[in-house]
Design a protein around this ligand. Sequence first.
Ligand code: S3P
Length: 172
Amino acid sequence: MTPSRIILMGYMGSGKTTVGRALAKDLNMPFYDLDWYIESRMRKTVKQIFDERGEDGFRVIERNMLHEVAEFENIVVSCGGGTPCFFDNIDYLNQQGETVYLKCTPEVLHKHLSMGKTVRPLLLNKTPEQVKTYIEEQLQVREPFYSKAKHTVDVTLMDNYEKIKISVAKLK
Ligand code: S3P
């Protein structure tokens, strides 16, 4: 798949960044991780933005930065987990390129997130049990947005990112 923009979406811990970076390298296309782009443009971490402006403030910045990134052509983009679920972002993303939902069960997401070292503001100050319930509940709310992506790859049983990357690259 070599369209002008490949846009990866899915819940935190689904592998968007790892897969996107590897895919971009293979396809020789620049890679943009939306969170990293926000951090470099704002000169603040996502956590600092959440602390200073709350989630609502972060979502406004996220939408604005998304529109900036989407100006670029021939790119691979990994969105933040919430990006498609606010404003009209999902429709906008579908207009901008080939959107791919990396779908995963709450159990596997929970496993990935408990192994990861990245600070995720939405999961801070929660016990592992609370995180599990939170993921399950949030996925139900977000699934209708994610499922509007043009392509879905079920990554639940894919035990390494290489396999996921190959599946995404094969999409037509
Ligand atoms: C969020 C996911 C994060 C980041 C922010 C909010 C979410 O990105 O944008 O912490 O609402 O799911 P990742 O999915 O890359 O962790």
